[in-house]
Design a protein around this ligand. Sequence first.
Ligand code: CUA
Length: 250
Amino acid sequence: MSHPTHSNTSGDHRAFDNTSKLVAIAIGVIAGVAGVVVGIVNPFMSNAASTEGTLIDDLFSITLGIATAVFVIVQGFLLYSIIRFGREEGDETDSVPVRGNTRLEIFWTVIPAIVVIFVGLLSYQVLADIERPRADQLTVEVKAIQYAWQFYYPDQDITTSELHIPQDRQVHLKLRSNDVIHSFWVPAFRIKKDVMPDRVTETYITGSELGEYPIVCAELCGAGHAVMRSQVVVESDANFQAWLASQGVA
Ligand code: CUA
Protein backbone atom coordinates (compact mmCIF):
# COMPACT_ATOMS: atom_id res chain seq x y z
CA MET A 1 0.00 0.00 0.00
CA SER A 2 1.41 3.37 -0.97
CA HIS A 3 1.53 6.25 1.43
CA PRO A 4 -0.09 9.36 0.09
CA THR A 5 2.07 12.45 0.12
CA HIS A 6 0.91 15.32 2.32
CA SER A 7 1.66 18.17 -0.01
CA ASN A 8 -1.39 20.11 1.10
CA THR A 9 -1.63 20.70 4.86
CA SER A 10 -4.81 22.81 4.80
CA GLY A 11 -8.00 21.29 6.28
CA ASP A 12 -9.63 21.00 2.89
CA HIS A 13 -8.48 17.42 2.44
CA ARG A 14 -9.73 16.10 5.78
CA ALA A 15 -12.56 13.56 5.80
CA PHE A 16 -14.56 16.16 7.75
CA ASP A 17 -14.36 19.52 6.06
CA ASN A 18 -14.37 22.77 7.97
CA THR A 19 -18.07 23.43 7.30
CA SER A 20 -19.05 20.09 8.87
CA LYS A 21 -16.91 20.85 11.90
CA LEU A 22 -18.42 24.30 12.31
CA VAL A 23 -21.94 22.85 12.02
CA ALA A 24 -21.06 20.21 14.65
CA ILE A 25 -19.63 22.87 16.99
CA ALA A 26 -22.66 25.14 16.41
CA ILE A 27 -25.07 22.29 17.23
CA GLY A 28 -23.04 21.54 20.37
CA VAL A 29 -23.05 25.17 21.50
CA ILE A 30 -26.80 25.61 20.82
CA ALA A 31 -27.61 22.34 22.64
CA GLY A 32 -25.37 23.38 25.54
CA VAL A 33 -26.99 26.83 25.90
CA ALA A 34 -30.50 25.31 25.54
CA GLY A 35 -29.63 22.76 28.25
CA VAL A 36 -28.46 25.46 30.67
CA VAL A 37 -31.60 27.58 29.99
CA VAL A 38 -33.93 24.59 30.54
CA GLY A 39 -31.98 23.69 33.68
CA ILE A 40 -32.38 27.19 35.13
CA VAL A 41 -36.00 27.83 34.06
CA ASN A 42 -36.99 24.19 34.67
CA PRO A 43 -40.57 24.19 33.33
CA PHE A 44 -41.02 20.51 34.24
CA MET A 45 -40.90 20.80 38.00
CA SER A 46 -42.94 23.00 40.34
CA ASN A 47 -41.19 24.45 43.39
CA ALA A 48 -40.88 21.97 46.22
CA ALA A 49 -43.61 22.45 48.82
CA SER A 50 -42.00 20.34 51.53
CA THR A 51 -38.81 20.45 53.59
CA GLU A 52 -37.84 17.04 52.20
CA GLY A 53 -38.54 18.24 48.64
CA THR A 54 -36.12 21.15 49.04
CA LEU A 55 -33.38 18.78 50.26
CA ILE A 56 -34.06 16.40 47.38
CA ASP A 57 -34.09 19.24 44.81
CA ASP A 58 -30.72 20.47 46.12
CA LEU A 59 -29.32 16.94 45.81
CA PHE A 60 -30.79 16.71 42.30
CA SER A 61 -29.17 20.02 41.30
CA ILE A 62 -25.76 18.88 42.59
CA THR A 63 -26.06 15.55 40.74
CA LEU A 64 -27.21 17.30 37.57
CA GLY A 65 -24.31 19.76 37.88
CA ILE A 66 -21.77 16.92 38.15
CA ALA A 67 -23.43 15.06 35.25
CA THR A 68 -23.32 18.23 33.13
CA ALA A 69 -19.61 18.75 33.88
CA VAL A 70 -18.82 15.12 32.98
CA PHE A 71 -20.87 15.40 29.78
CA VAL A 72 -19.16 18.62 28.68
CA ILE A 73 -15.66 17.25 29.44
CA VAL A 74 -16.26 13.91 27.66
CA GLN A 75 -17.95 15.51 24.64
CA GLY A 76 -15.22 18.18 24.57
CA PHE A 77 -12.50 15.54 24.33
CA LEU A 78 -14.52 13.73 21.65
CA LEU A 79 -15.01 16.89 19.61
CA TYR A 80 -11.33 17.81 20.00
CA SER A 81 -10.27 14.33 18.86
CA ILE A 82 -12.55 14.43 15.82
CA ILE A 83 -11.16 17.79 14.75
CA ARG A 84 -7.52 17.22 15.68
CA PHE A 85 -7.11 13.60 14.57
CA GLY A 86 -9.66 13.31 11.75
CA ARG A 87 -8.54 11.19 8.83
CA GLU A 88 -7.23 13.14 5.91
CA GLU A 89 -8.91 12.49 2.60
CA GLY A 90 -7.23 9.72 0.64
CA ASP A 91 -5.29 8.50 3.67
CA GLU A 92 -5.86 4.73 3.67
CA THR A 93 -3.05 3.85 6.11
CA ASP A 94 -3.64 2.10 9.41
CA SER A 95 -3.34 4.16 12.55
CA VAL A 96 -0.76 3.47 15.24
CA PRO A 97 -1.66 0.31 17.19
CA VAL A 98 -2.58 1.25 20.77
CA ARG A 99 -2.56 -1.35 23.57
CA GLY A 100 -4.25 0.43 26.44
CA ASN A 101 -2.92 3.15 28.69
CA THR A 102 -2.57 2.22 32.37
CA ARG A 103 -2.38 5.81 33.64
CA LEU A 104 -5.46 6.81 31.65
CA GLU A 105 -7.38 3.73 32.85
CA ILE A 106 -6.50 4.42 36.48
CA PHE A 107 -7.60 8.04 35.97
CA TRP A 108 -10.99 7.16 34.47
CA THR A 109 -11.64 4.51 37.13
CA VAL A 110 -10.65 6.58 40.16
CA ILE A 111 -12.46 9.82 39.17
CA PRO A 112 -15.90 8.15 38.59
CA ALA A 113 -15.40 6.12 41.80
CA ILE A 114 -14.84 9.34 43.76
CA VAL A 115 -17.89 10.98 42.11
CA VAL A 116 -20.15 7.97 42.81
CA ILE A 117 -18.97 7.69 46.45
CA PHE A 118 -19.48 11.45 46.94
CA VAL A 119 -23.04 11.37 45.52
CA GLY A 120 -23.75 8.20 47.55
CA LEU A 121 -22.63 9.78 50.84
CA LEU A 122 -24.58 12.96 50.08
CA SER A 123 -27.72 10.92 49.28
CA TYR A 124 -27.32 8.94 52.50
CA GLN A 125 -27.01 12.17 54.48
CA VAL A 126 -30.18 13.60 52.88
CA LEU A 127 -32.13 10.38 53.53
CA ALA A 128 -30.93 10.22 57.15
CA ASP A 129 -31.97 13.85 57.64
CA ILE A 130 -35.44 13.19 56.15
CA GLU A 131 -35.98 10.09 58.30
CA ARG A 132 -34.75 11.61 61.58
CA PRO A 133 -37.82 11.75 63.87
CA ARG A 134 -38.71 15.23 65.14
CA ALA A 135 -40.14 15.82 68.62
CA ASP A 136 -43.56 17.17 67.54
CA GLN A 137 -44.08 14.42 64.96
CA LEU A 138 -47.63 13.61 63.83
CA THR A 139 -48.48 10.07 62.74
CA VAL A 140 -51.01 9.32 59.98
CA GLU A 141 -51.85 5.86 58.71
CA VAL A 142 -52.43 5.70 54.97
CA LYS A 143 -54.54 2.94 53.49
CA ALA A 144 -54.60 2.33 49.73
CA ILE A 145 -57.65 0.65 48.26
CA GLN A 146 -58.54 -0.02 44.61
CA TYR A 147 -59.06 2.93 43.84
CA ALA A 148 -58.93 5.41 46.70
CA TRP A 149 -56.80 6.73 49.54
CA GLN A 150 -57.85 6.67 53.20
CA PHE A 151 -56.13 8.56 55.98
CA TYR A 152 -56.44 7.53 59.61
CA TYR A 153 -55.41 9.86 62.43
CA PRO A 154 -54.83 7.48 65.40
CA ASP A 155 -54.69 10.18 68.09
CA GLN A 156 -58.11 11.54 67.11
CA ASP A 157 -59.47 8.21 65.82
CA ILE A 158 -60.80 9.72 62.60
CA THR A 159 -60.66 8.54 58.99
CA THR A 160 -60.68 10.95 56.04
CA SER A 161 -60.35 10.82 52.27
CA GLU A 162 -58.15 13.92 52.11
CA LEU A 163 -54.81 14.33 53.88
CA HIS A 164 -54.57 17.49 55.99
CA ILE A 165 -51.27 18.36 57.65
CA PRO A 166 -50.14 21.35 59.72
CA GLN A 167 -47.44 23.53 58.18
CA ASP A 168 -43.81 22.89 59.19
CA ARG A 169 -44.59 19.80 61.25
CA GLN A 170 -43.08 16.44 60.40
CA VAL A 171 -45.69 13.83 59.52
CA HIS A 172 -44.79 10.17 59.82
CA LEU A 173 -46.80 8.21 57.27
CA LYS A 174 -47.39 4.49 57.77
CA LEU A 175 -48.66 3.04 54.52
CA ARG A 176 -50.52 -0.18 53.91
CA SER A 177 -52.51 -1.56 51.01
CA ASN A 178 -55.87 -3.29 51.24
CA ASP A 179 -55.35 -5.25 48.05
CA VAL A 180 -52.63 -4.86 45.38
CA ILE A 181 -49.44 -2.78 45.23
CA HIS A 182 -50.02 0.97 44.95
CA SER A 183 -47.57 3.85 45.17
CA PHE A 184 -48.12 6.98 47.25
CA TRP A 185 -46.76 9.97 45.36
CA VAL A 186 -46.91 13.68 46.12
CA PRO A 187 -45.03 15.31 43.21
CA ALA A 188 -44.83 18.70 44.95
CA PHE A 189 -43.20 16.99 47.96
CA ARG A 190 -40.83 14.84 45.80
CA ILE A 191 -41.90 11.84 47.90
CA LYS A 192 -42.94 8.50 46.45
CA LYS A 193 -43.37 5.29 48.40
CA ASP A 194 -44.69 1.87 47.45
CA VAL A 195 -47.77 0.75 49.37
CA MET A 196 -48.00 -3.01 49.84
CA PRO A 197 -50.60 -5.44 51.16
CA ASP A 198 -48.26 -7.57 53.25
CA ARG A 199 -46.21 -4.97 55.09
CA VAL A 200 -46.23 -1.43 56.41
CA THR A 201 -43.95 1.02 54.59
CA GLU A 202 -43.03 4.38 56.08
CA THR A 203 -42.12 7.82 54.87
CA TYR A 204 -41.89 11.35 56.22
CA ILE A 205 -43.39 14.59 54.92
CA THR A 206 -43.19 18.15 56.22
CA GLY A 207 -45.38 20.65 54.37
CA SER A 208 -43.43 23.89 54.15
CA GLU A 209 -45.70 25.85 51.78
CA LEU A 210 -49.40 26.43 52.50
CA GLY A 211 -51.65 25.04 49.77
CA GLU A 212 -53.24 21.99 48.21
CA TYR A 213 -51.14 19.46 46.35
CA PRO A 214 -52.19 16.34 44.37
CA ILE A 215 -51.63 12.85 45.72
CA VAL A 216 -51.20 10.42 42.84
CA CYS A 217 -51.05 6.63 42.67
CA ALA A 218 -47.83 5.87 40.78
CA GLU A 219 -48.13 2.09 40.44
CA LEU A 220 -50.45 0.52 37.86
CA CYS A 221 -53.02 -1.12 40.14
CA GLY A 222 -55.99 -1.86 37.89
CA ALA A 223 -58.63 -0.24 35.71
CA GLY A 224 -59.12 2.69 38.11
CA HIS A 225 -55.43 3.46 38.56
CA ALA A 226 -55.63 6.79 36.72
CA VAL A 227 -58.41 8.10 38.97
CA MET A 228 -56.79 6.97 42.21
CA ARG A 229 -56.06 10.48 43.38
CA SER A 230 -56.52 12.63 46.42
CA GLN A 231 -54.88 15.74 47.76
CA VAL A 232 -52.79 16.88 50.66
CA VAL A 233 -53.73 20.18 52.29
CA VAL A 234 -50.96 22.05 54.10
CA GLU A 235 -52.57 24.53 56.50
CA SER A 236 -51.82 26.59 59.56
CA ASP A 237 -51.94 24.73 62.86
CA ALA A 238 -55.15 26.60 63.86
CA ASN A 239 -56.89 25.62 60.60
CA PHE A 240 -55.64 22.07 61.00
CA GLN A 241 -57.05 21.79 64.54
CA ALA A 242 -60.37 23.25 63.34
CA TRP A 243 -60.47 20.75 60.48
CA LEU A 244 -59.72 17.85 62.87
CA ALA A 245 -62.54 19.00 65.14
CA SER A 246 -64.98 19.23 62.22
CA GLN A 247 -64.06 15.70 61.11
CA GLY A 248 -64.61 14.39 64.63
CA VAL A 249 -68.17 15.77 64.68
CA ALA A 250 -69.13 14.24 61.33
CU1 CUA B 1 -53.36 2.53 43.02
CU2 CUA B 1 -52.46 2.83 40.88
